[in-house]
Design a protein around this ligand. Structure first.
Ligand SMILES: Cc1cc2nc3c(=O)[nH]c(=O)nc-3n(C[C@H](O)[C@H](O)[C@H](O)COP(=O)(O)OP(=O)(O)OC[C@H]3O[C@@H](n4cnc5c(N)ncnc54)[C@H](O)[C@@H]3O)c2cc1C
Length: 422
């Protein structure tokens, strides 16, 4: 059939590309190597319990993602657990603060992150506008409170410590956070499967197809175009009107398009999930001075995130769970949350070694792949846009790829005919 869109990779970027392409008139086919879609927004099963591979947070500044969630009827599945400011417990001092997430709120002493002095705000504004080609730590200079806060932010949003993280990338985040209404923190009410991946997959299935267990091995090329997609289980010949969105992680993209510039360094995220019998409403908190950095408590599950977790990656799961559990109980005690039946013994530890590219300055300046040499193929994926590698970047990349490929030939002809008869 002519006018077929093949989306290779069924992570969020690939699913988003398929949903957006349907609006442009395509009937997309998503080819995903794994037995389930979702990519790095994975569901992990341990016995009867499903866990997210890791807590995924969205901000209301993630406009492309929220529009997409709205389009597939899932926006209401993302909830704001801390509308009055983010509780942050410092384990060393025992101090619990409620921190505003909007940089504007830091003008008020009560909402300012711990250690941030009023004079730091001017420097922060300068970094947001003129970050320079340097690390976040270098940009913070000799202001210890600012350096500490920016380090926490760099780890949280760039998955890279301030000593290495790109000030340019963090500045993009700061500018977005300064947008009106951009800093509501949202989490999936139940989990990434039911609240993100399944609604996207359901939307694709309404006008397209998802083929699982289909690993792309090679792209045959001729005259500056992709002419065939060679999958593990067979080859798809491409016809004149066909188009391809390649929504793969960097190494997989480079293996089918040799010579493509891709990130080569990655940073891990480690998550620990502690089942419990508590039924308190959803809460979210920051932790400093310990191993864990974020705590999400849902009915039945408390989940701790360790971003840029190079050391945690090397620790045995039981050791890590035993060390992190006291941080969980210290935090929940201060928030007034009960975790009956919880403990380190039943923890599920998920180590994602290649969670995101390592987002240092060299990476921020690296050549973006942009357009590929193949006229009928566009790239997507969270690493292709120049934004920090997040769900939002994955969705933005999907939108750009679909826009680049245009509408199907039949649709264009139909539109021309409609134009002619108008
Ligand atoms: C633990 C963790 C926590 C995170 N926390 C956050 C967060 O709080 N907020 C946020 O915004 N982002 C977060 N992220 C990042 C976010 O998950 C990613 O940015 C996003 O999922 C990337 O989506 P993608 O589609 O670009 O890539 P991927 O999810 O990697 O999708 C690529 C897909 O391609 C498939 N594939 C690979 N090779 C082939 C092949 N040869 N043929 C066919 N298919 C193939 C893969 O199986 C995969 O499904 C986190 C990531 C992790 C791991």
């Amino acid at each position: 059939m002519s006018g077929q869109l093949h989306v290779v990779g069924g992570g969020i970027s690939g699913l988003a590309a398929a949903v957006l392409a349907m609006r442009a008139g395509w009937r997309p086919v998503v080819h995903e190597a794994a037995p389930q879609p979702g990519g790095r927004c994975r569901t992990v099963r341990r016995g009867d319990i499903s866990h997210d591979n890791g807590t995924h947070v969205l901000l209301s500044a993630n406009r492309a993602t929220l529009r997409l969630l709205d389009a597939v009827g899932a926006a209401g599945r993302w909830v704001e657990p801390e509308p009055d400011g983010l509780p942050v417990l410092d384990l060393e001092s025992g101090r619990l603060d409620r921190v505003g997430l909007s940089p504007w709120s830091w003008l008020r002493p009560g909402s300012r992150p711990m250690g941030l002095a009023p004079r730091d705000l001017l420097r922060l504004a300068r970094i947001a506008v003129l970050p320079g080609r340097r690390s976040v730590a270098a940009a913070a200079g000799d202001a210890p409170g600012l350096a500490r806060m920016l380090d926490l932010m760099a780890v949280a949003v760039l998955n890279t410590t301030g000593a290495a993280a790109s000030a340019t990338l963090l500045a993009r985040v700061l500018r977005r956070m300064a947008m009106p209404g951009g800093t509501r923190l949202l989490v999936a009410r139940t989990g990434l499967g039911p609240d993100l991946v399944q609604p996207l997959a359901d939307a694709v299935m309404k006008g397209g197809e998802i083929r699982l267990g289909r690993r792309l091995r090679a792209i045959e090329q001729a005259d500056g175009q992709a002419v065939a997609l060679r999958f593990g289980g067979g080859t798809v010949q491409l016809e004149a009107g066909d188009r391809v969105v390649l929504a793969l992680p960097p190494a997989a993209a480079a293996s089918v398009l040799p010579g493509l510039p891709v990130p080569t360094r990655f940073a891990p995220i480690v998550n620990l999930h502690f089942p419990h019998n508590g039924e308190d409403p959803i809460r979210f908190a920051g932790i400093t001075g310990g191993i864990g950095q974020w705590l999400l408590v849902r009915p039945g599950m408390a989940s701790v995130t360790i971003s840029a977790g190079f050391e945690a990656l090397e620790l045995p799961g039981e050791t890590l769970a035993a060390r992190v559990w006291p941080e969980v109980t210290a935090t929940t005690a201060r928030l007034g949350i009960g975790l009956p039946g919880g403990g380190p013994e039943n923890a599920c530890v998920v180590k994602e070694r290649f969670a995101t590219p390592f987002q240092d300055d060299a990476q921020a300046r690296a050549r973006r792949p942009g357009r590929t040499p193949l006229r009928n193929l566009a790239l997507a994926g969270d690493w292709t846009t120049g934004l920090p590698a997040t769900i939002e970047a994955a969705v933005v990349a999907a939108g750009q790829a679909v826009q680049r490929l245009g509408r199907p030939a039949t649709e264009r002809a139909g539109t021309r005919m409609a134009d002619a008869t108008a």
